[in-house]
Design a protein around this ligand. Structure first.
Ligand code: DSN
Length: 429
């Protein structure tokens, strides 16, 4: 049998994988089945296009390209240079940005690079607390951000569950952070970037926006952009944006050198050039007019889903959503987030338990769930489908003994059957 390395190979070839490694081919097919047969409502997930997947599965994966286009530490980079240059140009155009770095392997890596550009160990950063909707890398004690820096945390107001800008200002005045970060993973409402800019300017801090969750909505011109306000914007490329799994950074020209040096060589070695190329493909997709329609529909769907869930007795945190995600307080139903996640999962509805602000439960149980519309919108679902999904979730959550799981699963199959995420794969035999 020929080894994969000896086989002439130029791109994705599922038959080669199936012939050589049926175990992993089976995993790939089963995961495709899982995606096709369930409702994917994880707010941070989406379905990438075949074009993005083709770039990801290409021989660009073979190339070491430490450095930046035209300034590499390896020979033979003249071809992959083109992928990075094209991607950077598209990113600048899409976001109106001075500078783009497509090399971070992930959102956490992008954040580490941004901190590395501006902070030294022990410096103070002000970020949103994870239990209020922030992110691990915004100063949580278990992450490098809370271990290496003096992390001060703000949250939301108890009455409105919107970001408490008075608290942000008070903490900034008291602690004089070198960097303020806004953004997070469970913030349903728009963030007031101008307010953050004003506070950062008052205390002389760098303003970093972690736009991972909502950068796709910015790319689709469906919500305001943080780029004019922030010194640096970090994001992942695989959420609403719909690109490959990975990270990216855009920043003002004056910070370009510091950001590039922090991404490489401070924080990473060789970039993943297949992922960089896939990011470039995705950025081209985002420049198409259809993408703007997609971004608007993502929000319309999230709002319809939230209204439907409210009608099922689930309380929308912060009163609703302006974005792609909603956080629902389940306490009126008497069901925990963990149980709700399990019951939905049993019927093919994939979502996650999530802490709500001031949650009386521990995070592994949680009083809430988080739902998002990016993936189902990619499938072509619209507001009426969201109402059906809300009703299925309501039924699943209240179904303590599992007697209605099969009925909900039928409803799920009907929806995904009408809007397949990907074509049905051909299985051998
Ligand atoms: N884990 C991601 C999310 O689900 O929001 C954030 O990093």
């Amino acid at each position: 049998m020929s080894t994969p390395a000896a086989t002439p190979y130029w791109g994705p070839d599922f038959n080669a994988l199936a012939a050589f490694d049926p175990d992993i081919a089976g995993v790939v097919l089963d995961e495709l089945d899982r995606l096709r047969n369930g409702l994917q409502l994880i707010a941070s997930e989406n379905f990438t296009s075949p074009a993005v997947l083709a770039a990801l599965g290409s021989t660009l994966s073979n190339k070491y390209a430490e450095g930046y286009p035209g300034r590499r530490y390896y020979g033979g980079c003249e071809v992959v240079d083109r992928a990075e240059e094209i991607g950077i140009a598209r990113g600048k155009e899409l976001f109106g940005a001075d500078h783009v770095n497509l090399q971070p392997h992930s959102g956490a890596s992008a954040n580490l690079a941004a901190y590395g550009a501006f902070l030294k160990p022990g410096d103070t950063l002000l970020g949103m607390a994870l239990p209020h909707g922030g992110h691990l890398t915004h100063g949580t004690k278990v992450s490098f951000s809370g271990k290496w820096f003096n992390a001060v945390q703000y949250g939301v107001r108890p009455d409105t569950e919107h970001i408490d800008y008075d608290q942000v200002r008070d903490l900034a005045r008291e602690h004089r952070p070198k960097l303020i970060v806004c953004g997070g993973s469970a913030i349903p409402r728009l963030i007031d970037f101008a307010a953050f800019r004003e506070i950062a300017d008052e205390v002389g801090a760098i303003l970093m926006v972690d736009a991972a969750h909502f950068i796709g909505l910015v790319a689709g011109k469906a919500i305001p952009s943080p780029v004019p306000y922030a010194d640096v914007v970090t994001f992942t490329t695989h959420k609403v944006l719909r690109g490959p799994r990975g990270g990216a950074i855009v920043c003002k020209a004056e910070h370009a050198k510091a950001i590039d040096k922090a991404a490489f060589p401070m924080m990473q070695g060789g970039p993943l050039m297949h992922a960089v190329a896939a990011k470039a493909v995705n950025l081209k997709e985002c420049l198409q007019p259809e993408y703007q329609a997609y971004a608007r529909q993502v929000i319309a769907n999230a709002q319809a889903l939230t209204e439907g869930l409210a009608a099922e007795g689930l309380r929308p945190v912060a009163g609703g959503t302006d974005t792609h995600l909603a956080l629902l307080d389940l306490r009126d139903t008497g069901v925990t987030g963990a149980d709700a996640e399990k019951r939905c999962d049993a019927a093919g509805i994939v979502l996650n338990k999530n802490a709500i602000p001031f949650d009386p439960q521990q995070a592994s149980i949680a009083s809430g769930i988080r739902v998002g519309s990016p993936a189902v919108t990619t499938q072509g679902m619209v507001e009426t489908d969201m109402k059906s999904i809300a009703s299925l979730i309501g039924t699943a959550i209240r179904d303590a003994d599992g007697s209605r799981t099969a009925e909900v699963a039928v409803g799920v199959r009907e929806l995904v059957g009408a809007h397949p995420a990907y074509p049905e794969p051909k299985r051998a035999g």
